[in-house]
Design a protein around this ligand. Structure first.
Ligand code: SF4
Length: 64
């Protein structure tokens, strides 16, 4: 499985947990944004941790 896409659904509370877990991918200002990186899979484990840690479950990924 390879992560091909990461996005944030509506409802982010800007709690910053995802940015603390994986700042290379997640940037939180007034809401969370996914940063463009060339190889998402370099951060696969941290992205999964962020998905599981988001308190409102708005981090979405596509794996193929
Ligand atoms: S962990 Fe979830 S709610 Fe918190 S900033 Fe990230 S996307 Fe938003």
């Amino acid at each position: 499985m390879a992560i091909t896409k990461v996005w944030i659904d509506e409802g982010c509370t800007a709690c910053c947990i995802c940015e603390e877990i994986c700042p290379e991918i997640f940037k939180v200002t007034d809401e969370c944004h996914v940063q463009v990186v060339p190889d998402l899979n370099k951060f696969e484990s941290a992205i999964h941790d962020a998905v599981e840690s988001c308190p409102v479950e708005v981090i979405k990924i596509v794996e193929v």
